[in-house]
Design a protein around this ligand. Sequence first.
Ligand code: SF4
Length: 631
Amino acid sequence: MLRVQDLHTVLETDSGLVRAVEAVTLTIERGETFALVGESGCGKSMTALSILRLLPDNGRVERGAVRLRAGGREIDLVQLPESRMRDVRGRRVSIIFQEPSTSLNPVMPVGEQIVEVIERHTPLKGEAARTKAIEWLQRVGLPEPERRIDDYPFQLSGGQKQRVMIAIALAAEPDVVIADEPTTALDVTIQKQILDLLQELQRQQGMALLLITHDLGIVATMAHRIALMYAGEVVEVAETREFFARPLHPYAQLLLAALPDTAKRGQPLAAIPGTVPRLDQAFAGCRFVERCPQAMAACKVTPPGLYTPVDGHGVRCLLYDATPPFEKGGPGGISSSATAEQIPPAPHYERGVDFTDRRRAEPPPLLDVRDYKVYFPVRRGLLKRVVGYVKAVDGISFSLAAGRTLALVGESGCGKTTTGKALLQLLRGAVRIEGQALLEGRLLDALEGDALREARRKAQIIFQDPFASLNPRMRVAEILEEGVASLRPEISADERRQRAAALLEKVGLRPESMNRFPHEFSGGQRQRIAIARALAVEPKLIVCDEPTSALDVSVQAQILNLLAQLQRELGVAYLFITHNFGVVEYLAHDIAVMRAGKIVEAGAAEQVLERPRHEYTKALLAAVPRLRRAA
Ligand code: SF4
C-alpha cells in the first residue's frame, strides 16, 4: 500500500543542517498495522510528516521516494505537485495527531470539521454529508451524535475529541492512516477504547495503519510489524512477535531491559548510558557507538548497513554484517488478509517473583491519613459567595511507613494529585479540609509557624514536568539552596554550597553543573535536579507526582533506579502518583486505587496487581497494553 524508499529529510536550523530522517525504507501492506517506535527525537514523527509533506517550514525531503498504491498504480508522493497532494491528504492518506486539542479548529463545530472532509473528498454534499458525519460520529462511539455534532471542541472531553479526530481522519475512507501517538494524552481505559476502535475500523475498511508510538506495550497489542528508529535511522525491523522474542540490535535489547515491570522488582533497570547524538553532525560509523556495550573498533569508522540474520528480521548493526543485506532478505510483510486477531500473541514469561519480603511486619506509619476530604469551594455572584463544593477527595484513608512506596493510581481527575498537594499543605486556604492527615503523629492541617515549616521540610514533592517545575531564571545552585535557606536557616552559606555539590553528585550530575541554568539540561537531567532539590532539605516523605511520565524509557529507567537507590540509602518514603502500571509494578510496595475522589481498593502491590477485587481495578488493569502477559 505504501513504500517509503531511502527517505532523507533535513531541517535547516540555527545550529546547521539537522538530518532528522536518514535512509528510511519501509513497506506497509493493506490491512497491516506497522509500528514505528523509538524515543523522542529519533525521527518517527518527521518520517510521518515527510510522507504527508507536512514538514515545518525549515524542513524538506532531500531525497527518496514515498510510493502510494492508488487506483492500481503507484504514485510518488515526494514528486507530486502540491495541488494533487491536497487530494491525497485525507482522501488517500490521513493522520491522527497526539493532541486533539491543538489539532481541532476551536471555533468550528466538530461536525462541520468532518463535513468539510467529506465534501472535499467524496461526492456527498450538504445534508447528505452531514448525515454521513453523524454516522461517523456514531461509528467512533461518540454518544448522542445527532446532538453532539454541533458541539465545539471545548464542549468535549479529551477522549471524545480524539474520537472526533479519528472520524475526521477516516471520513474519506483513506487507504493509509498514520496515527502519531494517538493515545498518549489519554487515560488508560480511554486509550483502550480508542485502540480497539482503530482496530475495529481497520478490520472493516482494510486500511493500512502506520502507528507511531513510544509505548512498546501498545505495539505488542496492536502491531503486525515494527520498525525501531534511533537517531534518524531504522535500526531494526521485524514481525512484532519476533522482535519481542528476539531483539537483535543492542539498543533494542537495552530498551526492553529498561522497561519497568514486576519481574524486575528489587533489581536495577538497565540504563542506557549517555544521550542520543545530535543530528547536525556527520557520522563516520554507527550512531549508537558511544552508548553500545558491544561496540567494536570497526563501529567507530564503518556505518552499519541493514542486515538480515533471520528471514524478515532486519538489523542495522555490524555484529550481523556476515548476514545478507535486509533488502535482499525481503521485507517479510504480512499478507493483505491479515486481521487484528492474527497478531501473534505477545511473548510472556513467568512471574517468578518472591514477594515474601513485603509481608513482614509493618513499621509504624510515617504518614497516616484518615477519612481525608478535600473540597474545592464553588463561588458565585459579586460577593463570590460559596454556593457549593467540588468533592475532589472524598474521605480517603491510608498509611505509609518510612522506606516504603505507596502508589496512588487512577485516571485523570480522580483526585490523586489533589491528595498529594493537600497533604503537602500546598492548597492551604483554597480548599476545605476534613478528616486527619498525620505526619509522624502530628496533624498536618493544624500546624502553624515553625512546626509547619518543619513539616514542609520533611515532606517534599517532585512534579511531572521538569521543564515547568524549575525556575528558569535561577542557577542550579540557587535552586538547590533556596529550600535549605528558608527551611534550615541555621546552615551557613558555605555549607549550603557544599551540600548542593554533594547532592548533585548523588543524583548523578557533575558539581560543575551548579552554575548553569535549567534550560541547559535535558529533561532527564532536569528531573534529577528536581530530585536533588527535594532531597536538599533531608525529607522523610517525597510525593512523586508522575515524575517519569514526560521522560523516555531509557531516562525513566535512570530516574527509577535513582529513586530506588535513594530509598535504600536514606529510607525516604514515596507517595507515588502515577497512571503507569509498569512503574507501579516495579516500584510500589502498596497500591491504592482512586476513583472519583475515593479509594476503591488498596493493599499490598502483589495482591492488587495479581488478585484485584474491585471491578474498577480489574477494568484498569485489563486496559493496560501489556508487553508481556502473565501465564
Ligand atoms: Fe553496537 Fe557496533 Fe552494532 Fe553499533 S554497529 S550497535 S556500536 S555493535
